[in-house]
Design a binder for this molecule. Structure first.
Ligand code: MG
Length: 273
């Protein structure tokens, strides 16, 4: 009887195992946790908020100005001026929607270094031509190395030139391809370490997440929004990372008992006085 009981128990534990795989998905805050109070996309606050809620990583976008300053911004233009064609003094006092000044990459990395447990998923944006892109990569990788942050920074890019250059100048670095037009096999052959594809790409190529895992590539999907979207992707155990605009929701669903999330909800419930 006992044996039957334990056999049954073991069988039910094994049956429950796939559920626990859901907890394997790591959460990356897309442009930081910008929906948090007082935050803004790609702001230092968004980085801090992502760390505070316990994200695995926080994503950021990087351009280089014509006078060689690396700045954190998503769009290629600010007030109709192309970031890569203007000099830093023209951007320095631009304010984000939360009142912060536009951060430089140096400021962003220095802030990120205060949260060494959180990865910085650094998107190197496409620039005007291959020569410029290679030189932007060189500058970014050098800065990351100068700050000793190689372990904390992972790179992503749409540009194949950028991915190839990262792999060339820092073969140890993680570099994931964003553009969705290479199969996992092709990405692997180029020596890059992951695919970071838009969710529609993965839907159209349903075998790619499994293929990528079999090849030892890391799999990231973007941009997940809202509970249903996140839950739908939890069904795929071959996805490693969820890049999401709702990191708090994703953390609740993937790591329901996580300590930082508990702390935060406890704090927010406290009344004044
Ligand atoms: Mg980005």
């Amino acid at each position: 009887m006992k044996r039957t009981f334990f056999t049954t128990l073991l069988a039910s534990l094994l049956a429950a195992a796939p559920l626990s795989l859901a907890a394997q998905h790591k959460v990356v805050a897309h442009r930081g946790f910008w929906k948090a109070e007082g935050s803004a996309q790609n702001s230092l606050t968004s980085l801090r908020r992502a760390a505070e809620v316990g994200c695995y990583g926080s994503e950021l976008d990087v351009y280089r100005t014509i006078d060689g300053v690396l700045v954190v911004n998503h769009d290629n233009k600010i007030n109709d001026v192309r970031v890569e064609d203007t000099s830093y003094p023209n951007l320095q006092y631009i304010r984000l929607s939360n009142g912060e000044y536009l951060p430089t990459l140096l400021q962003y990395l220095q802030e990120g270094a205060r949260y060494p447990q959180m990865k910085l998923v650094l998107e190197i944006k496409s620039h005007r031509n291959a020569e410029r892109e290679q030189s932007v990569v060189d500058d970014i990788v050098k800065l990351v190395h100068d700050l000793g942050m190689q372990e904390q920074v992972e790179y992503i890019a749409f540009s194949r030139v950028v991915c190839a250059r990262v792999h060339e100048v820092d073969p140890q670095a993680k570099i994931a391809y964003l553009n969705g037009d290479l199969s996992p096999k092709e990405v692997k052959a180029l020596g890059w370490t992951g695919i970071d594809y838009e969710k529609g790409v993965l839907q159209r190529n349903p075998d790619w997440t499994r293929e990528a895992k079999e090849l030892g590539l890391e799999v990231n999907v973007w941009t997940l929004r809202g509970e249903e979207d996140i839950q739908a992707h939890q069904a795929d155990p071959n996805i490693d990372l969820f890049t999401t605009d709702d990191p708090d929701v994703a953390l609740r669903l993937t790591q329901p008992a996580s300590e930082p999330a508990k702390k935060k909800s406890g704090k927010s419930k406290k009344k004044k006085g």
